[in-house]
Design a protein. Structure first.
Lengths: 328, 276, 289
C-alpha cells in the first residue's frame, strides 16, 4: 500500500491527510454515481406516478368502463371510452408484427447463417440503419410514396378479391389501418432482424455440427435444430418489435387517417392510442378531457412496459441456457 | 535389435495382416487447406472394414482435420479446401456430383463434447431417421430402441424417453450421441476424441461399446490418449507436423506394431512418452 | 436406409435451395425500404433545398420563399439542452453499471434503461407536460429539452456501459495497483480509453433526439418565429416536417421534403460515423487484450 512506501520518507500526518483527501474524492464520486443511477430508476417510477395522478379525474369518472366503451365525445356528452383506440393500436401493431416476422426472420437467417462476412456485415448494418430513420420521415414517405405506390394498389387488390369479408370492405381511400400496419412493419424489421440475428449467433456451433453430421441439409439444420433451440429468443425479438410498434406515434398519425371509424375493415381509416393523444392533446380544453387523454397514455405506458419486460425475460433465458450448457 | 530386421518383420507382418482385410475407405494424397494454410498434407490412409483405426499424434498435428475430411465436415468451414481424394467403397467422395448429405449419412460422426439437441431422448435418436424419411411411429420406436441398445444406453433411459437429452450425465449424453449416429444406419462411424470430456468410468463404457459395435460398423477414432488407442484399436496411424506446420501420417500399422515395434523414431518417441 | 429414395433426396435438396433463396429475398426486402426512402427523400427534397430554406424564417401560406431557420435553431436548443442534462447522468450511470454490474443498483440501472427505452416518446411528452408545462402554464424550449434528455439517457447509458466493458480490466487494475483512487482511475485511465465510445454514444443520442416529433407536440410546441429564449415555445425540425406534411399546401409539402432531407442526412451521418468509430475502437482494444 502507498502508506508503506511513503512511511519512511514523509511524516505520517501528511500521509494521513492525503489519504483522507483521496478517500473524500472517492466518496463524492461514488455519491454522484449512486445519484445518477437512482435518477434513472426514479425516472421510471416518476413517469408512472405522474401519469397516474394526472388521469385521476378520468379514472374516477369512468373506472374500468374506460377500456370497454367506444363513446368518445368531448363536444357534447363529455363521455370518454378508449376502446376504439386500444383496438386500433392492437390491430395495426398486429399487422405490423405478423408481416414483419417472416421477412425479419428470413433476413436474420440469411445474415447469420448464409451470408459471408463481406456481405453480411454491410447488409446487416443497413437493416439496422433503418431503425435510425426518424419517425416523421417515415410518415412523410408513407403519406406521399408508400401509400400511393404500394399500399393503395394492394388495398384495391384486397378489396377486389376479398372485399366480401368485412375485414377487407372498401371503399379505399388513402390512409387506412392497413397502411399504418404496413408502415409499422417496415419500422419493426430492424428490431426483429437484429435481435434474431444475435440469437442465432449465440447458438453454439456444436448443434450445427451435430445436425450436419447426421446428413441434414442446411435448411433442415436451421429449421429443425436452430429455430427450436432459439425459440424463446425469437419470441423475445418479436415481442420487442411489437413493443416498438405499439408506441409508434407520428408515423402512424400521418397515415392512419385519424378517424373514429368503428368498422372492422382494415382498409378504412382508424385511430390508435398514440395518435389520438398526438391529435387532441393540445385541443383538450377542459380537465376531464385532458385526464382522459392522459389515462390513454397511462394504458399505453402499462402495455409497453409489460411487453418489454416479457421480451427481455425471454431473450435473457436463451442467453442463460447457452451459458449453462457450456458449463455442463 | 537392428532396425533393418525389425523393418522387415514388421512389413511382412503387415502385408499378411492387410491381405485379410477389405478396404472400406482410403485417402489418396489428401491435403486440407484453410485459405492459404495447409493443415494436413499428402495423407494416404487405409481404413479397413469392421476394424477400429486410431489416429494419434501430438496436439495440433491435424488429427481432427483429417477425420473431418473423411465425411466432408470440413466443407462447412469458410475458406477450407481439399486436394487429393477420399474413397468410400472405392468411389471418390470429393467430386462435384457427390451427394454430401448422403455421404454424411453413411459416415456418421461423434464429437468430443456431447452435443445432444435440446429435445427429448427419443427425438434426439429419431432425428436422423426422420430426416431421411422414416415416418411410421412403430418403425421409429423399433429403431430408437435398437440404437439405444447398441449404444448401451437403453436400460438407463427406457423409462424416460421423453425427458430432455440434456438431463442425462456427460457419459450418458455421449452414448446418446452415439445412439443418434447409429440410428441413421451408417457404415462408418468417426469419433473425434469421444471420451475426452468424460470421466474414466464413462470412458471405459464407451470403449466397451466400441468393441461391441465394430462387428457392424467401421470405426475411426481420434485420440490423444495413447493407452486408449492401444486398448481399443486394430490399426493405428501416427500423425506429426512437419516444418511447414502441415500434418501428415508418418506411420500406419497394426496397433501392436506401432506400440511395440514402430518403424519411425518419432513414433517411438511419442508412444514411449518421450515427448508429446 | 432403404426408405431413402432418390426422389426424396432430390426433394430435400430442392426444398433446401428454395428456402435458402427465400431468405436471401427476405434480406433484400428488409433492406430495400431504406434505399427507397433515401432515394425518395433525396429526389423530392433536393430541388426544394436552398440557402434560403436554411436561413429564412417561415413565410405565411402562399407567400413564396421562407425557410426553416427557426427550426434549425430550435432543434439545436432543445437537443443541446437535452444532451447537457442527459450526458452527466447517462455517463455516470453507465460507468456504475459497467463497473458494478452485480449490485442491486447496477442491475436496476440496466433494468431501468431497458424500461425507459421502451416507453413511447409520446408518453414521455405527457410526462414532461405534467411535470413542467402545466405548472409553468406555457410551452417552452426548456420542457422540450428536458423531455429529450429523458429520451437520450438510455442511449448514453448503453453506449457508456458497452465501451467501458470493452476496456481491458488490466488497464483499470494497473491504475488501481499504482495506488490511484477509484475516481481518478475512472477519469484518467478508463474514460480516455472509452472516450471514443462516449462520443459515439452522444452522437447516437443526438441523432435519436433530433428526430423526435411526438414529444415536441406539447412541450416545445413550435413557433413560427425565431426564438432563443428557453422559456418560450420553439420550432424544431421534426415538428416542422409534421406540420408541413399534413397540410394541404403543395409548396409546404416541398418544404417538408427538403427539411426531411436535412434531418435524415444529419441523423444517418451521425449513426454511420458512430458505428465506424465503434468498430475501429473495438478492433484496437481487441488487439490490446
Amino acid at each position: 500500500m502507498t502508506t508503506q512506501l511513503y512511511k519512511n520518507h514523509f511524516p505520517s500526518v501528511f500521509v494521513e491527510r492525503a489519504r483522507q483527501a483521496w478517500r473524500h474524492g472517492d466518496r463524492l464520486y461514488h455519491f454522484l454515481l449512486v445519484l445518477a443511477t437512482v435518477a434513472v430508476v426514479g425516472l421510471v417510477l416518476g413517469i408512472g406516478y405522474e401519469l397516474w395522478q394526472n388521469s385521476a379525474l378520468s379514472r374516477h369518472a369512468f373506472g374500468w368502463k374506460f377500456l370497454t366503451t367506444s363513446d368518445w365525445d368531448p363536444a357534447l356528452t363529455d363521455t370518454f371510452g378508449a376502446l376504439p383506440f386500444i383496438l386500433g393500436t392492437l390491430i395495426t401493431s398486429l399487422i405490423a408484427v405478423l408481416t414483419a416476422i417472416p421477412l425479419g426472420m428470413g433476413a436474420a437467417i440469411f445474415l447469420a447463417e448464409l451470408a459471408p462476412d463481406w456481405l453480411g456485415t454491410p447488409l446487416g448494418f443497413f437493416a439496422e440503419l433503418l431503425a435510425a430513420v426518424p419517425s416523421v420521415v417515415y410518415g412523410l414517405w408513407g403519406l406521399f410514396a408508400y401509400i400511393p405506390l404500394f399500399v393503395r394498389p394492394t388495398s384495391k387488390l384486397l378489396e377486389h378479391t376479398l372485399g366480401f369479408l368485412p375485414l377487407f370492405e372498401g371503399p379505399v381511400f388513402g390512409p387506412s389501418r392497413l397502411a399504418a400496419g404496413l408502415l409499422l412493419s417496415i419500422m419493426v424489421f430492424p428490431t426483429i432482424t437484429a435481435v434474431s440475428r444475435d440469437v442465432l449467433r449465440a447458438i453454439p456451433d456444436n448443434q450445427r455440427e451435430a445436425a450436419m453430421a447426421l446428413g441434414a441439409t442446411r435448411w433442415e439444420m436451421i429449421a429443425q435444430v436452430l429455430i427450436p433451440y432459439g425459440t424463446s429468443g425469437f419470441l423475445g425479438a418479436i415481442i420487442l418489435g411489437l413493443g416498438r410498434a405499439l408506441g409508434e406515434t407520428i408515423a402512424v398519425t400521418m397515415v392512419i387517417g385519424n378517424n373514429l371509424d368503428l368498422s372492422a375493415s382494415l382498409l378504412h381509416p382508424g385511430y390508435t392510442m398514440a395518435s389520438i393523444i398526438a391529435n387532441e392533446f393540445t385541443e383538450a380544453t377542459f380537465d376531464l378531457y385532458l385526464h382522459a387523454l392522459i389515462e390513454i397514455g397511462l394504458i399505453l405506458f402499462a402495455i409497453t412496459l409489460l411487453i418489454n419486460l416479457a421480451a427481455r425475460l425471454l431473450i435473457w433465458s436463451v442467453a442463460r441456457r447457452t451459458r449453462l450448457e457450456v458449463r455442463a | 535389435m537392428q532396425p533393418a530386421i525389425r523393418l522387415q518383420s514388421a512389413a511382412t507382418r503387415n502385408a499378411s495382416l492387410e491381405r485379410d482385410q477389405t478396404l472400406k475407405m482410403s485417402t489418396e494424397a489428401l491435403c486440407v487447406l484453410y485459405h492459404d494454410f495447409r493443415a494436413i498434407s499428402d495423407v494416404n490412409l487405409p481404413i479397413y472394414a469392421q476394424k477400429i483405426t486410431a489416429i494419434i499424434g501430438p496436439s495440433g498435428c491435424g488429427k481432427s482435420t483429417l477425420i473431418r475430411a473423411l465425411n466432408r465436415m470440413n466443407d462447412l468451414v469458410h475458406g477450407s479446401r481439399a486436394e487429393g481424394q477420399v474413397y468410400l467403397d472405392g468411389k471418390p467422395l470429393y467430386e462435384n456430383n457427390v451427394d454430401v448429405v448422403d455421404v454424411r449419412r453413411r459416415i456418421g460422426m461423434v464429437f468430443q463434447r456431447p452435443n445432444p439437441f435440446p429435445k427429448s431422448i427419443y427425438d434426439n435418436v429419431a432425428y436422423g431417421p426422420r430426416l431421411h424419411g422414416l415416418r411410421r411411429r412403430r418403425d421409429l420406436d423399433d429403431l430408437v430402441e435398437q440404437s439405444l441398445q447398441k449404444a448401451a444406453l437403453w436400460g438407463e433411459v427406457k423409462d424416460k424417453l421423453h425427458q430432455s437429452g440434456l438431463s442425462l450425465s456427460g457419459g450418458q449424453q455421449q452414448r446418446l450421441c452415439i445412439a443418434r449416429a447409429i440410428a441413421v444406419q451408417p457404415e462408418v462411424i468417426l469419433m473425434d476424441e469421444p471420451a475426452a470430456a468424460l470421466d474414466p468410468i464413462s470412458t471405459l463404457r464407451i470403449e466397451e461399446l466400441m468393441h461391441d459395435i465394430v462387428k457392424e460398423y467401421t470405426i475411426v477414432i481420434v485420440t490423444h490418449n495413447m493407452q486408449q488407442a492401444a486398448r481399443v484399436s486394430d490399426f493405428t496411424a501416427m500423425m506429426m507436423i512437419d516444418d511447414h506446420r502441415a500434418g501428415s501420417v508418418i506411420e500406419f500399422d497394426a496397433t501392436n506394431t506401432i506400440f511395440t515395434n514402430p518403424r519411425d523414431k518419432r513414433t517411438e518417441d511419442y508412444v514411449t512418452g518421450r515427448f508429446g | 436406409m432403404n426408405h431413402m429414395s432418390y426422389r426424396r433426396r432430390n426433394w430435400r435438396q430442392t426444398v433446401n435451395t428454395f428456402m435458402l433463396g427465400l431468405t436471401a429475398i427476405c434480406t433484400m426486402m428488409v433492406v430495400a425500404p431504406l434505399v427507397w426512402i433515401l432515394a425518395y427523400v433525396v429526389r423530392q427534397g433536393l430541388p426544394a433545398l436552398s440557402l434560403t430554406l436554411l436561413t429564412q424564417l417561415p413565410t405565411p401560406v402562399g407567400v413564396a420563399g421562407g425557410g426553416i431557420a427557426n427550426a434549425l435553431v430550435g432543434s439545436a436548443m432543445t437537443v443541446g439542452l437535452g444532451l447537457l442534462i442527459a450526458a452527466p447522468v447517462g455517463i455516470l450511470a453507465g460507468i456504475y453499471a459497467a463497473m458494478y454490474p452485480n449490485t442491486v443498483l447496477g442491475t436496476s440501472v440496466r433494468f431501468g434503461t431497458d424500461v425507459i427505452s421502451g416507453v413511447p416518446s409520446i408518453v414521455m411528452g405527457i410526462f414532461a407536460y405534467t411535470l413542467i408545462v402545466l405548472p409553468q402554464r406555457h410551452f417552452s424550449a426548456l420542457s422540450g429539452g428536458i423531455v429529450l434528455s429523458f429520451i437520450m439517457v438510455p442511449t448514453l447509458i448503453r453506449a457508456t456501459e458497452e465501451m467501458i466493458r470493452l476496456v481491458p480490466s488490466s488497464l483499470r487494475e494497473g491504475s488501481l495497483a499504482l495506488g490511484a483512487a477509484e475516481w481518478r482511475t475512472s477519469f484518467s485511465v478508463i474514460v480516455p480509453a472509452a472516450v471514443n465510445g462516449l462520443v459515439t454514444g452522444m452522437m447516437l443520442a443526438i441523432a435519436r433526439a433530433a428526430g423526435e416529433a411526438a414529444p415536441m407536440l406539447f412541450t416545445a410546441f413550435g413557433n413560427p418565429f425565431m426564438n432563443t429564449d428557453f422559456g418560450q415555445p420553439v420550432a424544431t425540425l421534426p415538428h416542422m416536417i409534421f406540420v408541413y406534411a399534413v397540410s394541404p399546401y403543395n409548396d409546404w409539402h416541398a418544404k417538408a421534403w427538403a427539411t426531411a432531407l436535412v434531418l435524415i442526412t444529419l441523423v444517418l451521418l451521425l449513426n454511420i460515423l458512430a458505428r465506424l468509430i465503434v468498430w475501429q475502437r473495438a478492433r484496437v482494444l481487441g488487439s490490446l487484450k
